[in-house]
Structures are given as structure tokens and as C-alpha cells.
Design a protein. Structure first.
Length: 274
């Protein structure tokens, strides 16, 4: 089961998030038919999106992460909402590489005041790229250790640990957080061995005697529907939609997130406008 645990540790000066996203990554692999390299990259960003979505305050909040690479590397797009419905896709033809380019993060607080941050990619490591984003765009000291382990075309472990320093964190607690993060250099291995629950017990039991303050269950779930797609094509107008049908046989819309095709014939279009 996918899990997300959140708590404050080290004198309530450090925010801790522990994630287990193995099932979510396998759902993405199945949805998109991904190879192992592409699954590792997309799975890493899906895990990061789950972390960011878990930080949203408003029920209407949403977050998206988009990678626009240089050259022939692959584009990545993932998004999530307050319900921890996470979805995404990757240009799998690139083999999963994201070398060079930019990472753009859009956070919508639910009140139409989106925050947009961008940073240059440091390489193919998802954890390093997210840490650089927080350092450059939000100026929040953040340690990120996420990973995805594939075996035989299947994700056997995905997730990790994220720590953020809160304002006024003492040097002692900074040092404690930095030292503790060393245990998660190989994050996927730790997730495979302990799982999210086990990580909390094994590495943070002294701080969290009563368990995490908040727990949730991310899932790979797209928010598209035929009704929503109708709302997308409706502004094109009846005449333009009829023209598309005359030229292509139908109005076809593909959702990259869930790999679903929606098709509308002339009768469907007429019903929309009637």
C-alpha cells in the first residue's frame, strides 16, 4: 500500500515526510508500458509530487512538476492534488534520461494564486533536482532522498524521506537532520527493507513515540473524464468540430496521464450543443 507519513521532529524544528510509493509506480508502469529506466525517472517525480501534494493546505490545491529537457532527453510531467491523486507521464522514447533543461513547479493554493518556480536541472538524479528547486526557487533548506528500484520490469520498491528545516532551526538540530539523512543515500533499498512504517520505527522512534502526526495514502489516479473532455472541446464550436469529423472521421482527444483515448462522432457533438 502507498503511504505518506508526516511529523515534526528534533524539537519541532524539522519537518519529516516518509513515503512509500511502490504500488503507485507500478500503476504508472502498467498504464504507460514503461521500461525500467523510464519507470525510475517517472517514479521518482511521482514520489516528489506525492510529497508536494501532501504539503497542500487547501482541498482545492494542486501541484504540477514539468521537466523540459535539452536535446533529445525526455520530457516529464506529473501532477497531484490535496487528495493525493497523483498522475504523470514521460517521453519514454528517450530511455528515461532528463539530462539538462529545466524543472518548473506550479503550486495552486486553490484560490487562483499559483506560485511558479523554475530551476535548471543538475542531471538525471531526481532527488538532487528537487533539492536544487527548493534551494533556488523557495529558499527552503530541504534534504530529499527518493528512489525507485526495478526488478524484472516491476517496481519492487519506491519512496524515500524528505526533511525540511523550519525557520529558527538550531545548528544542533541541523546537524542531527543531516546525520540522519545519511541513512537514506540508497533510498529505494531502505524502502524495500523497511517500508514507510518500518522507517518511522527504525530511524525515528525516539522522536515519534506516538507515531506520525499525519498519515495518508497516495494513489495513481487521473482526474480526467469524458465529461471534462466535453468541456475542453466545447469552446471550439459546432462548425469547427464538424469540420474535424469530416476530415478525420471523429474528434479524438488523448489523455497522456492515464493513456486514455476519448472519441466523439457527429451525433455526440450534436448532443453537446443541443
Amino acid at each position: 500500500m502507498n503511504k505518506l507519513h508526516k511529523a515534526l521532529i528534533y524539537d519541532n524544528q524539522v519537518s519529516l515526510t516518509v513515503l512509500e510509493t511502490t504500488e503507485m509506480v507500478n500503476d504508472a508502469v502498467k498504464t504507460h508500458g514503461l521500461g525500467e529506466d523510464a519507470a525510475r525517472t517517472l517514479g521518482g517525480f511521482l514520489t516528489c509530487a506525492a510529497y508536494m501534494a501532501g504539503c497542500l493546505k487547501n482541498d482545492r490545491g494542486a501541484v504540477s512538476l514539468t521537466v523540459k529537457p535539452d536535446g533529445d532527453a525526455g520530457a516529464v510531467s506529473v501532477s497531484g492534488d490535496k487528495s493525493l491523486h497523483i498522475r504523470g507521464y514521460i517521453d519514454a522514447e528517450c530511455g528515461g534520461r532528463i539530462d539538462g533543461g529545466y524543472l518548473t513547479v506550479i503550486k495552486d493554493d486553490g484560490f487562483f494564486r499559483p506560485f511558479i518556480g523554475t530551476c535548471e536541472l543538475k542531471g538525471n538524479d531526481v532527488s538532487e533536482n528537487l533539492m536544487q528547486y527548493y534551494d533556488q526557487s523557495e529558499q527552503i533548506p530541504t534534504a530529499v532522498a527518493v528512489g525507485v528500484k526495478m526488478r524484472g520490469g516491476k517496481c519492487v520498491a519506491a519512496g524515500g524521506v524528505v526533511m525540511q528545516l523550519l525557520p529558527g532551526t538550531s545548528q544542533e538540530n541541523m546537524d542531527r537532520a543531516e546525520e540522519r539523512m545519511q541513512a537514506f543515500v540508497h533510498a529505494a533499498d531502505v524502502v524495500e527493507k523497511y517500508g514507510a512504517d518500518g522507517i518511522v520505527k527504525e530511524f525515528f522512534s525516539d522522536e515519534l513515540k506516538d507515531g506520525p502526526a499525519y498519515s495518508a495514502f497516495p494513489e495513481y489516479k487521473c482526474n480526467c473524464s469524458r465529461k471534462k473532455i466535453e468541456g475542453v472541446i466545447l469552446p471550439l464550436g459546432r462548425d469547427e468540430l464538424h469540420k474535424i469529423i469530416d476530415e478525420e472521421g471523429a474528434v479524438k482527444v488523448h489523455c497522456h496521464y492515464c493513456n486514455t483515448d476519448y472519441e466523439f462522432n457527429r451525433e455526440d457533438i450534436d448532443k453537446l450543443f443541443n
